[in-house]
Design a protein around this ligand. Structure first.
Ligand code: GUN
Length: 376
């Protein structure tokens, strides 16, 4: 993998760059649609490519390991062959999903034992095992195995957890560096900064992560319920320490406003379930603002969903029709909303990239947040 920094904004710390992988180039800043279980929910691969113009999608180690399982993925020749997505894929390590199974998991130095949410069967994830699984999935970008601390989290727990995440990282690195990709293209490993909302821990973690000198770095443990101001403060502190010549990935973030603020602080990559999950619940992001499509207000509104986007669903369907689909529980409603929301997120980061290159990002950001976050 390679990263080329193309431009830096004059009025903020925003950057535009290019990440090159064996499955193609990614223009940053970028939003990565979440495809947890080998599918971006309710979206065809063709739509991802042609309508949404997604450049990279996520997969998840925890879900893929449980279903379809490693044997199927290996026989398919990896996840790209299995789901037909031939552009880059990043897999999260399961270090987040496993923790959200609180009650059915135990964290020890060796790793995490947990019970499957599907059939209750017992499993263990270790740093080494999670590297091997991501080798078998064949992700272009693999994530280190970490513990994402909850919020709030007391200082002592956050410190001990961060230290363990660092020891786990060392184990991930030894396993990664002593194994080969299985499918003939290269893979890379991103470590993850932790440290909860404590400045000294975040600083120590960012320094430790930077020293590992990997090809890209991630910031975890944020967007877990802390105030947005804390998330921005931690992100800024960490970005100022992580190397400038490598991509920075803020995990699990966020709203359109969170993403634009993250970009302003020097983040290059984002992922979040919000556009697809909220879309399936009838919350639709548009260039004009946020639409709750179930609202009575749209019953007789025959204007296009989003005249500000030139994609198919944005201009073809009316709000009244989409509202009808949601009220009648027609699955097409969820498909349209997911497609619109992802198109909007990709358009937003594409525009941000353009503004960074033009040197007008900071003013554009303030104006855009005001517009796109208003409730219509
Ligand atoms: N997704 C969102 N936050 C996190 C995190 O802290 N760790 C991992 N592995 N995934 C995440």
């Amino acid at each position: 993998m390679q990263f080329k920094l193309e431009a830096q904004d004059a009025g903020s710390k925003a950057r535009a760059g290019l990440i090159t992988t064996d499955h193609g180039t990614i223009e940053t800043p970028i939003f990565m649609p979440v495809g947890t279980a080998a599918s971006v929910k309710a979206i065809h691969q063709r739509e991802l490519k042609e309508d949404i113009k997604a450049q990279i999608i996520l997969g998840n180690t925890y879900h893929l390991y449980l279903r379809p399982g490693l044997s199927v993925l290996e026989q398919a020749g990896g996840l790209h062959k299995f789901n037909g997505w031939d552009r880059p894929i990043l897999t999260d390590s399961g270090g987040y999903q496993v923790y959200s199974l609180s009650g059915t998991r135990k964290i020890k130095e060796e790793g995490v034992t947990f019970k499957s949410h599907i059939d209750g069967s017992k499993h263990i994830f270790t740093p080494e095992g999670v590297m091997d699984i991501q080798r078998t999935i064949g992700a272009d970008i693999m994530m280190a195995f970490d513990e994402c601390t909850p919020y709030p989290c007391d200082y002592e727990y956050a410190r001990k957890s961060m230290d363990m995440t660092h020891r786990w990282l060392k184990r991930c690195i030894s396993r990664f560096d002593s194994t080969e990709p299985k499918y003939g293209y290269s893979q890379t490993l991103f470590p993850i900064v932790q440290g909860s909302t404590y400045k000294d821990l975040r600083k120590a973690s960012a320094e430790f992560i930077a020293e590992q000198n990997r090809e890209g770095n991630a910031i975890g443990g944020l967007s877990v319920g802390e105030p947005a101001e804390d998330m921005y403060e931690m992100t800024e502190l960490v970005c100022d320490i992580l190397p400038k010549d490598k991509p920075r990935y803020l995990m699990g973030v966020g709203t359109p406003a969170n993403i634009l603020e993250g970009i302003a602080l020097g983040v290059d990559m984002f992922d979040c379930v919000m556009p697809t999950r909220n879309g399936r619940n009838g919350m639709i992001f548009t260039t004009q603002g946020i639409v709750n499509i179930r609202n009575e207000k749209w019953k007789n509104d025959f204007s296009p969903l989003d005249p500000g986007l030139d994609g198919y669903v944005s201009s073809f369907y009316t709000k009244a029709y989409i509202r009808h689909l949601f009220i009648s529980e027609e699955i097409l409603g969820m498909q349209i909303a997911s497609l619109q929301n992802l198109s909007f997120y990709l358009h937003l980061v594409q525009q941000a990239r353009q503004k960074i290159k033009e040197g007008t990002f900071a003013a554009w950001k303030t104006q855009t947040i005001k517009q796109v976050m208003q409730r219509l």
